[in-house]
Design a protein around this ligand. Structure first.
Ligand SMILES: CC(C)(COP(=O)(O)OP(=O)(O)OC[C@H]1O[C@@H](n2cnc3c(N)ncnc32)[C@H](O)[C@@H]1OP(=O)(O)O)[C@@H](O)C(=O)NCCC(=O)NCCS
Length: 164
């Protein structure tokens, strides 16, 4: 079951925040609120291209694969327009990681980012986990307000795919 809640971002502007089933099948099919066809993958591609620096140039095929492999996916809509997105992976008990939290520029600064992160954290797959991680370059203050703290005694390590 998808979970949907609506809130007024400002007077007269209603935003729907949808928490999708694992793998976000409706988004992968291109569907938006009310399961209407809205080219959701194309809209997601544009949202990430325009509002992130780490998630640009992802193909439609890659985005579908990404959604399929995500434990929790949230999307935010102003009418049929995608204005926010976030996702997470979780083992359901010990560890979870948030990824790709993005709000469209025109919708930033009115509480939508907070709504998206809170919807991810409230999902059954994340609500009980011991630790939830994320990586951020310049939004530390945003995540601090949501209960995250910088880790001093550990290093972020990564391995790039060969050839990159
Ligand atoms: C970061 C982002 C998701 C925040 O979304 P938003 O809708 O503008 O955030 P909100 O309005 O919900 O802000 C919640 C609180 O965090 C604060 N905040 C927002 N962005 C912040 C930032 N970059 N640094 C510090 N504080 C920030 C707000 O002032 C607000 O504080 P308040 O509760 O005291 O009023 C959005 O700016 C965005 O998409 N940025 C581009 C993509 C990006 O960098 N994403 C983060 C990936 S790690």
């Amino acid at each position: 079951m998808e979970h949907c809640r609506q809130f007024c971002q400002e007077p007269g502007l209603l935003i729907s925040v949808i928490r999708h089933r694992a793998g976000a099948p409706s988004l992968r099919l291109g569907l938006g609120p009310g399961l209407r066809p809205v080219d959701a993958i194309g809209q997601l591609q544009k949202l990430l291209n325009c509002n992130s620096f780490w998630a640009t140039a992802r193909s439609r095929v890659q985005l579908r694969t990404m959604l399929k492999g995500s434990s929790v996916v949230v999307s935010a809509w102003s009418g049929q327009q995608l204005v926010g997105f976030g996702r997470a992976n979780s083992d359901g008990v010990f560890r979870a990681v948030l990824w790709d939290v993005v709000v469209a520029e025109q919708s930033q600064g009115h509480g939508l980012g907070r709504q998206l992160v809170e919807a991810l954290l409230a999902a059954p797959a994340l609500a009980q986990v011991e630790r939830t991680y994320l990586m951020t370059t310049n939004c530390e203050g945003f995540y601090r307000k949501l209960g995250f703290n910088a880790v001093q005694h550990q290093r972020l390590m990564r391995r790039e795919a060969s050839g990159e």
